[in-house]
Design a protein around this ligand. Sequence first.
Ligand SMILES: [Zn+2]
Length: 279
Amino acid sequence: MIFDCHTHLFLPGQVGGPTLAASRRNWGPKGDMLATPEQHEAAVAGLDGAIVLAFDAPAVGIDVPNSVVAEYVAGKPGLFGFASVDPNRPEAPRLLEEAIREYGLSGLKLGPIYQNFYPDDRRHFDFYAKADELKLPIMWHQGTSFVPEGYLDASRPAALDPIARAFPSLKMIIAHMGHPWVDECIAVVRKNTNMYMDLSALAGRPWQFYNALVSAMEYGVTHKILLGSDFPFFTAEQTIAKLWDINHLVEGTKMPRITDAIIEDIIHRNTPELLGLQA
Ligand SMILES: [Zn+2]
């Protein structure tokens, strides 16, 4: 099985405000973050499935509604939609339950650096309890971002450790292996049974990508790395090609190599089974 655990849909108008402005400043016209249903379908065509993320982040101008993701994944075998609710919203637990019951989504996407909340703040624990009760895995963007308005001090992977201890059966994934805090991410994922990490978008920084995998290998946690692309920024196909190419940086040296067995294992990870996603 080849399953992409991290993809986005961005329809026109769903990314605006501070995020669009920062993206255009950094990348010019290429910074218009767009991922239409047609583009998404083409990107996942050769795969066994993918997770498609909604995103409710008014603090930075992102609004990918649960209804849009639900409508897109409906009737597409292998595709699982993850809901998103800004934890700052009054009655966030109720909004999450409604989104799940109404739309049949399979998980929850959160990003403290985009939603501007502190994950270890006890005020949000009722919200995590609801996700736990509904058996929803949580995908966390728990790493840095280019958007100046986001809370960088809310985005360290270690901030999730109190949540993992309070809800040991709650499945959680740290996206992008918590970049740039890759080792901190590995530490959190290693000690908490139901935590995983995805390697999406890391291939854009080859040295960090190589070191992230070496570190995961040394800590013995490569079995908790999920394949993800962060489409539209990368495709699964590109990510897999980068994985197979990872050792080229250290060719001709005595530096550690990522073994073929580990690479195969990551590419063929059965993520739906690990996360308990229901078709
Ligand atoms: Zn992403």
